[in-house]
Design a protein around this ligand. Structure first.
Ligand code: COA
Length: 336
């Protein structure tokens, strides 16, 4: 057997796509008993984007993927694996990865969807890294895409203020090991929190019926206050853990890209690691919580704002339903 070459995976392209339609806090004030001030103070969200009814997650997912490919200087036919983390696939099956493969013309790819709620992107990025570093896949698209509006109850003020639609995508491929790429990942799940943030209906335990629809079982349910406590602890601890484990301290981090669920959760993690505001990527004000799309789209925004340089040390951390949480540490390798 020939000796296996050691490969190092890195991100070489990033893209995003959002619907035009904005749902502002002022508009939400006309829909439920809420106030702009309350939403901004408690969450940091000012507006979010929504697709038109009938647009599936594949639509913006494909657009984000095309932008990521262009950024990486690749064609769709260069891709051999498409991983789509999402909680809002177009359909339960076939996989949205198949739909996007066909839409973008990635004729040589295989692919699959995976679900880890708001941690979907971070988990999928580690999947992509493992595929590339094993030598099985050469170029992988990871596409976090969500239509959260499809599972949001716009009469429930506890949840409808939080979520938005959109997509973010990255290309992962082997990079020059001297340029480092993805350094480490720490990933966790704890199913004891499953009932605190969930959608009961539509799965095998509760197939859709007239009763399940009437009971609003096909919408997001969240015990916000409880989830908040777990999220603060989970995000802060795992971010500190990955930075320290790899011999870095707060000032070494060029960009912290947290999942965008709540500005106060982000600030708690930021304080724990000792990061200045200039080291933190924030998009929650304009997009709300877009689940698996939040981290890749935040990376794209940071790139467009000139906040990423060759070799920038980036930490991406997520927390979501499951519970799921995780952190990835990497050096930035994509063109500027
Ligand atoms: N507008 C006005 N008041 C609202 C409101 C809204 N949209 N939503 C809830 N309230 C009220 C509550 O009814 C409650 O009133 P009460 O004290 O009379 O009962 C009060 O505001 C405080 O509610 P609470 O749930 O304690 O607020 P909070 O400060 O915890 O903020 C969340 C609510 C949802 C923003 C926050 O808990 C959160 O971000 N949770 C975690 C989300 C998350 O990270 N999810 C995981 C990743 S997806």
């Amino acid at each position: 057997m020939p000796a296996r070459t050691l490969l190092t995976a890195g991100i070489t392209g990033v893209g995003m796509s959002f619907p035009e339609r904005r749902l502002t806090n002022a508009e939400l004030e006309t829909m439920v008993d809420t106030k702009d001030d309350w939403i901004v103070e408690r969450t940091g969200i000012r507006e979010r984007r929504l697709v038109e009814r009938g647009v599936g997650a594949s639509f913006h997912g494909a657009k984000a993927a095309e932008q990521a490919l262009e950024h990486a200087g690749l064609k769709a036919t260069d891709i051999d694996l498409i991983i789509v983390p999402t909680v809002t696939p177009d359909m339960l099956f076939p996989a949205t990865a198949c739909l996007i493969q066909h839409m973008i013309g990635a004729d040589k790819a295989w692919g699959y969807d995976m679900e880890a709620a708001c941690s979907g992107f971070v988990f999928a990025l580690q999947n992509a890294r493992a595929q590339v570093e094993s030598g099985f896949a050469r170029r992988v698209l990871v596409i976090g895409t969500e239509v959260m509006s499809a599972i949001t109850d716009y009469t429930d003020r506890n949840t409808c203020i939080l979520f938005g639609d959109g997509a973010g995508a990255v290309v992962v491929e082997a990079v020059d090991p001297a340029r480092v790429g993805i350094i480490d990942a720490i990933l966790r799940v704890d199913g004891s929190g499953a009932d605190l943030l969930k959608m009961d209906g539509g799965g095998s335990r509760m197939p859709p019926t007239a009763e399940s629809v009437a009971a609003k079982a096909h919408y997001i349910f969240q015990e916000g206050r409880e989830v908040y406590k777990f999220a603060v602890k989970g995000m802060a601890n795992i971010t500190a853990e990955i930075v320290q484990k790899n011999g870095f301290t707060g000032p070494d981090v060029d960009l912290f890209v947290p999942h965008q669920a709540n500005l106060r959760i982000i600030e708690a993690a930021q304080r724990r690691v000792g990061l200045e505001d200039r080291q933190v990527g924030i998009t929650i004000d304009r997009f709300g919580n877009t689940t698996s799309a939040s981290i890749p789209s935040c990376l794209r925004v940071a790139l467009e704002e000139g906040r990423l340089q060759e070799g920038s040390l980036v930490v991406a951390t997520s927390f979501g339903a499951g519970f799921t949480w995780g952190s990835v540490l990497l050096r930035w390798n994509a063109p500027l």
